[in-house]
Structure formats: C-alpha cells, structure tokens
Ligand binder design. Structure first.
Ligand code: CDT
Length: 308
C-alpha cells in the first residue's frame, strides 16, 4: 500500500475586487480542514489567487501585470506556505507568473510537506484568442496574456509516488497525460476555470461542459493508469459562471469523489498509488504495446492535413 490522502480544495467564485489576502484566508480555511482530516496533499485551482482575469480585455500592460505574481511565495501567499509547513501538508496551486526577465506564464507549483516548492509547471495548451473578439459572448484572452509553457510536462517523486501537473485546457489533450504517463506518473494534479457556457456556441451549456470535463479526465486516467485530481474554481464571478465538478479519478477511470457545490469545498479520498501498477503492467504496459513507428505525425505535424 502507498496511500496518499489527497484533498481537492475547490474554490467558489473570486470577484474582481477581492484581494489576494482574502482569497488566501479562504485557502487557509480549506487547508486547516484538510489537515484535520489527515490529508497529505491539498490541491487548489488554476489562477487560484484572483478572479479569472483573462475574461477581461486590457490594453495597458501595467494593468495586466497587476494580476501577476513576480515572486512565489510573496507577502500575500507566505501564510499558505507557513501553514503547509506547520501542518505538514503538501500543497499545489495555480497563479499567473511574471518572471524576473519579463515572461508571463499560467503556472502551478507543488510543494513538499515542509512548504518548499519542489515542482513548477507552466501551461502548455493556452485556449482562447489574443485580440478582442466581438463575435464571442465573452472573452477568453489567455493567448493575449500568457506565453505557452516552456517546461514541458515534468514529473516529481514525492509523497512516495510520481506526481505530475497540468492546467485546465491541458486536460483535453491526450498528449498531456501520455507524456507524463511515459515518465510513470501515478497522480496528475490539475486546476481549472471552465466557463459554464461555450462563448462561441450558446447551446453548449453546463451539462455538456461537465460531460466533456469528466470524459477527458476519466479517459486520461484510464489510458495512463494514473490517478487524476481535478479542482475547479467554480460559481459566478462578476456575472460569469464557471462549472464546478471537482473530482478525484482512479486509475480505472472511475470517479471516486466529486464536489457537490460551486463554493469553497473540500473533496477528499485516500488514493493507494499501488492501484496504478496493474494497468501499467498489463493493458497499458507501454514498453510492450506501444507502436511508435506509427506515431510520427503526433510530433511532426500540428494541424490536420487531408491527402488530396
Ligand atoms: N482556463 C481554461 O483553460 N479554460 C478552458 C476554456 C476553453 S474555452 C476558450 C477549458 O478548457 O476549460
């Protein structure tokens, strides 16, 4: 047995005017509750410290940069790292990262149980667009404010297992899981901010959105024999609804725990990482069954090419 008691710490909405300190106080309350339950690891959403600001069109880079963190930890988040250390709980959360040399990334970090950052991931698959789009019901300007991640999909050995991270839209891409799967990942941690309605197709509402969300998490987990912990920022932010549906998925692709609300909520499960072994040694024993001689297009071609 290699049990990891994990908590998906879903956050309810964060309004545009809500300061980071108030959000961190909410995150600390969830951390306390998780520690009281005996959790080893608490996972928070994508861009956990602020509202989902890429929905707002901005032209002034100084204004954009107010949504970014130039240091981690910083004054607002230091209490989280202190609490993680004091409680002996590892944490993972997402934030907008401004690097010392001026690069902007949609980032998540992972700490060990002493509150020391041991892993960093920068979102690779940025959705949306980079200019104001009047055709959309609302904006999704991640391509305007962030650069694609430059760290690939690394994994880290901690808590007795192999852990990886990805962020929101990354979860819809099978390559995300497979690159980590090829490094033996046993638990993928991810946060998300998913609008409840498709801005380009109003008929695609929360039911469809949650269906696609579960579909990709469950298939990614099964096809790579890994746990997946997916954590929402949910609810209505300044009139813009985001889905909930935070889940913990096992290596069979089954949901073992799921949130019930669109508010701050803790979803927990004890995950035995040894449950990943059967899949990794049988149907998804990559060394025996993969046929890379047929996969060249995956890395040599981006878009669809139809033979004439
Ligand atoms: N945050 C994020 O990546 N959201 C996307 C919305 C895609 S629609 C532009 C998601 O995949 O949920």
């Amino acid at each position: 047995m290699r049990p990891v008691h994990v908590a998906a710490a879903q956050l309810g909405p964060i309004q545009k005017a809500e300061p980071r300190e108030a959000v961190v106080a909410r995150m600390l309350a969830l951390l306390d509750a998780a520690a009281d339950k005996g959790c080893d690891l608490v996972v928070y959403p994508e861009l956990a410290l602020t509202t989902f600001f890429p929905r707002w069109y901005m032209e002034d880079q100084a204004e954009v940069d107010t949504w970014f963190e130039a240091e981690m930890p910083n004054a607002a988040t230091q209490p989280l790292f202190d609490a993680a250390k004091a409680k002996g709980v590892a944490i993972s959360f997402g934030y907008a990262e401004l690097t010392p040399d001026g690069h902007h990334f949609n980032t998540s970090i992972l700490t060990d149980k002493t509150g020391t950052i041991i892993g960093k991931y920068r979102k690779v698959h940025l959705p949306g667009h980079d200019e104001f789009d009047p055709e959309r019901a609302f904006q999704h300007l991640e391509k305007r404010y962030f650069e694609p991640g430059d760290l690939g999909f690394p994994v880290w050995q901690t808590l007795g297992g192999v852990f990886g991270m990805c962020i929101c839209n990354d979860r819809r891409w099978p390559e995300t899981y497979r690159v980590m799967g090829l490094q033996g990942v046993e638990m993928v941690l991810l946060g998300y901010n998913t609008p409840s309605v498709n801005s380009q197709k109003s008929a695609e509402g929360p039911e469809d959105r949650l269906f696609h969300h579960r579909l990709v998490l469950q298939s990614g987990a099964y096809q790579n024999a890994t746990f997946v912990v997916a954590v929402a920022k949910a609810g209505v932010e300044d009139g813009h609804p985001l889905i909930g549906g935070s889940v913990i998925v096992d290596p069979n692709g089954k949901i073992v725990a799921e949130s019930l609300t669109e508010d701050d909520e803790l979803v927990t499960a004890v995950c035995d990482l040894d449950e990943t072994v059967f899949g990794k040694e049988t149907i998804f024993d990559f060394a025996r069954h993969r046929r890379i001689e047929h996969y060249g297009r995956i890395t040599s071609q981006t878009g669809v090419e139809v033979a004439s």
